[in-house]
Write a protein that binds this ligand. Structure first.
Ligand code: DC
Length: 237
């Protein structure tokens, strides 16, 4: 069965990684969460005082430190997904905090940071059989990806989902604070100079405001089956 590249882009907190993980599991593909890569670089910058408490970022220092940042994804058989490692440390529970969310757009707008992440992403997806989610996967990282999805959902619905996710991890913020962060990131991610978030012309738009995760997954699996797998099946009939 031929393996394809699946690129999932879209706004913050509209379920990209949930869908990407589920697709990777069902198709036995690898999954790359590119947001986790930019979040890990941001965590490194916070921990090393490259970003101060007032959110000032020392861009030159971060660029000079890029060679000291090693990122890996290691498959965790218990959680059945790959987890993010920064210089050998599993940082999954540190990279999804509001502190990181409040600083990540600034870090991800730096050209040299993006160049390093993009070359890693291309390397990880070289053999196909990969689901990668982010902001510029279908437009820039893998412009020839066989399947491109562009995800969106109503802002209030996204804010509520993110608020619930943070609360479940013991991070308590008001719905307004969470919504403010989402809107700020969406604006910054869509308006930056380097690889801004835009919808690829050949992307399929998925608005999941009113559909469940399961319905969405089945829809995409059917799409893949009909478009890529069915022709293979018919060949053997
Ligand atoms: O997907 P996420 O919310 O975890 O991503 C965090 C941030 O990283 C997002 O606000 C913008 C940035 N990002 C990016 O610039 N390009 C990507 N391919 C993925 C994420």
């Amino acid at each position: 069965m031929q393996k394809i590249t699946i690129a999932i882009d879209g706004y913050s907190s509209c379920g990209k990684s949930t869908l990407a993980k589920a697709l990777a599991q069902r198709l036995n593909y690898s999954y790359v969460d590119t947001g986790a890569m930019y979040r890990s670089v941001t965590l490194y910058a916070i921990r090393n005082n490259i970003i101060d408490k007032d959110h000032n970022l020392d861009e030159a220092k971060l660029i000079a430190s890029l060679d000291n940042i090693e990122l890996n994804f290691i498959f965790d058989s218990h959680h059945k997904t790959s987890e993010t490692y920064l210089n050998g440390e599993n940082v999954e529970r540190f990279i999804r905090t509001m502190e990181v969310s409040n600083n990540v757009s600034k870090v991800s707008s730096i050209k040299q940071v993006r160049e390093k992440m993009i070359s890693l992403q291309r390397l990880m997806g070289k053999k196909k059989g990969v689901v990668m989610d982010g902001r510029d996967i279908g437009t820039n990282v893998f412009p020839k990806a066989e399947l491109k999805l562009f995800m969106t959902a109503d802002t209030d619905v996204r804010a509520q989902r993110r608020h619930d996710e943070l609360s479940s991890k013991g991070q308590y913020f008001t719905l307004e604070e969470v919504k403010h962060n989402l809107l700020e990131r969406d604006y910054a991610d869509s308006h930056r100079k380097e690889n801004p978030l835009t919808q690829a012309e050949d992307a399929i738009v998925l608005d999941n405001t009113d559909i469940s995760k399961e319905e969405q997954l089945e829809f995409v699996l059917k799409l893949i089956e009909d478009t890529y797998l069915a022709p293979e099946k018919h060949k053997h009939l």
